[in-house]
Design a protein around this ligand. Sequence first.
Ligand code: PMP
Length: 326
Amino acid sequence: MTTHERPLESVLETIGDTPLVRVQDGVEGVRIYAKLESFNPGASVKDRIGRYMLERMLERGDVPAGGTIIEPTAGNTGIGLAIAAEQLGLDAIFVVPERFSVEKQQLMDALGAEIINTPTEDGMGGAIDRAQQLAEELDDAVVPQQFSNPLNAEAHYATTGPEIYEALDDEVGAVVAGCGTAGTLMGIARYALEQNPDTYVGAVEPEGSLYGEVVGEDREEDEYKIEGIGTHDPSTNELFDPELVDEVYAVSDREAHDELVRLAREEGHLVASSAGAASVAAKRIARGIADGTIDVPHDTVVTVFPDSSERYLSKGIYRSFDEWSS
Ligand code: PMP
């Protein structure tokens, strides 16, 4: 793994090669590891797709030099795209539903992007429609569209997946990650299944999200507090390929919150609710491996902690569950 021992030319080169760290509250006989994506310069997993998508789009001529990108985003993708856009000479406009954290919007603004808010009740679907409409009105404007652009998952196939295998000398039994666009999980899963078709693949969603329905399970749509993962609307799960997934794990707000609090107090991880959910699901898989209900080629489970809790302090992430979720 590269450890950035040499001086680098730009912040873009600091993206990726994040640490893979053992989750200590594991299950006897099974090792759980988490990839700490807050170590990226924009402090989330989405820096990877910001750089990868824009570099490929410029190479292919999908966006003209000096053009504008317009993206519907919960925030982390906006930050990742804003860092890359600035370095690659592009302008950036982000369409963000109001419910998402104010810290992320302040950071996108600091990076020179323009932000347009859409009503919370229109959901991510509303933000996607608004971004498309704006792109039609402006010259040289393109929507990278993380929810349907295969380059999103490809970024993880090209970087996150190989980094995991290198760190564990190929001894990967199961991979599990939260699904927002599902780019992270799909890219890692494709890479993992190519290394060993018996690798177990788990998807994580909040209770109330509908990824489970895509794999034929019963789900009831409801609201949830966990931020950054889940789907309510088919336009936000186009990248998700049910063929690659063994099971979709639904995690409650309370379980995710208890776990993110525990991860901070006991293991020193300042991570947010989607990481809490990922850790809960990783432990469920580890228990399945330990009791023999889940078959894996190695007794290891790898997950992703997508970002940092610092980004959610204004939302009371470390207050009691009732205060955070009300
Ligand atoms: N966690 C957080 C905090 C996120 O912002 C996102 C992206 N929306 C994810 C998890 C899920 O990543 P992906 O879109 O690759 O499924």
